[in-house]
Write a protein that binds this ligand. Structure first.
Ligand code: PEP
Length: 282
């Protein structure tokens, strides 16, 4: 209870930790680009713990008039978490979906099955899927198509490895992932899609990209999205992901083309996640 009260105070009196010094112009975001914070719970929390965390987050966050929030539990807990969050502004998403329709694909979860749990979002192309499970751009694109065909809003993850960054290939790699992932998407599908820039070297490592490093790539992504979707590209949201925490979220969110965050580790504790979600928008 004391925790909940403390966090409500954070919301009422947003922190003033000096992000203004960095400040590009957050107010230049188009109205469609409501800040969007999503928690990726990865392969953590059994069903009961996931339900408990969802309950805590719901209690602590209350209403969210000026930002969108989602949590993405494991497939196993999705239905239970969606029930806990029903009627709240917190959306629920999967961490992946199959590139196939329903059928004989043992171990896979289709977009239609995801939807049946109450999920409306899905993370696709996460670096752990690309680099640990070996997903190619083509696989990611096929999953993006299934997600949209079945009414899910995808979060397309893109990002370079440390080796690629050090070789000066960041923009080349990210451009390829963006263009391949969105291949064939028209304006209506683009409008339902979020892109998450997640440098692989910053995920789960505690190393965060500086706001300027992230902004440089976000600005490039914005340019490609505008090429692909015109005005829709201008309105698409681009999240940053990679060791986002309450202590660095304000600096990142002050950047002109950073519209939200995809958060792993810090989304597993209700108080950290709530503090993050309560970043200072002024
Ligand atoms: C992620 O899971 O997408 C992520 C960015 O993880 P973390 O915040 O732990 O780096």
């Amino acid at each position: 209870m004391i925790l909940a009260q403390a966090l409500r105070n954070i919301f009422r009196f947003p922190s003033t930790r000096g992000h203004r010094a960095l400040t590009p112009d957050p107010l230049e975001r188009t109205p469609m680009r409501r800040p969007f914070i999503a928690g990726n719970w990865k392969m953590n929390l059994g069903c009961q713990d996931a339900v408990r965390l969802a309950q805590q987050i719901r209690e602590v966050l209350g209403s969210l008039p000026d930002r969108d929030v989602a949590v993405c539990p494991t497939f196993v807990s999705l239905g239970a978490v969606a029930q806990v969050l029903e009627g709240s502004p917190i959306q629920v998403g999967g961490q992946d979906c199959a590139r196939f329709d329903d059928g004989a694909y043992t171990g896979e979860v289709s977009a239609t099955i995801l939807r049946s749990t109450g999920a409306r979002l899905v993370i696709l192309g996460h670096s752990e899927r690309r680099h640990v499970m070996g997903e190619t751009d083509e696989v990611v694109r096929a999953k993006m198509g299934k997600a949209r065909e079945h009414g899910l809003r995808p979060i397309l993850c893109v990002g370079e490895t440390l080796e690629e960054r050090e070789a000066g290939r960041t923009l080349e790699v990210v451009e390829r992932q963006v263009r391949k992932g969105l291949e064939g998407f028209g304006a209506p599908d683009l409008a339902e899609t979020t892109v998450a820039y997640e440098p692989v070297w910053a995920i789960g490592t505690g190393k965060v990209a500086t706001p300027e490093q992230a902004q440089e790539v976000h600005a490039a992504i914005r340019g490609w999205l505008k090429e692909l979707g015109g005005a829709v590209g201008e309105d698409m949201r681009i999240q940053y992901g990679g060791s986002v925490k309450p202590s660095n979220v304000n600096g990142l969110m002050a950047m002109r083309d950073i519209d939200g965050a995809l958060v792993g580790g810090a989304s597993l504790k209700a108080d950290d996640f709530a503090e993050l979600v309560g970043f200072d928008l002024s």
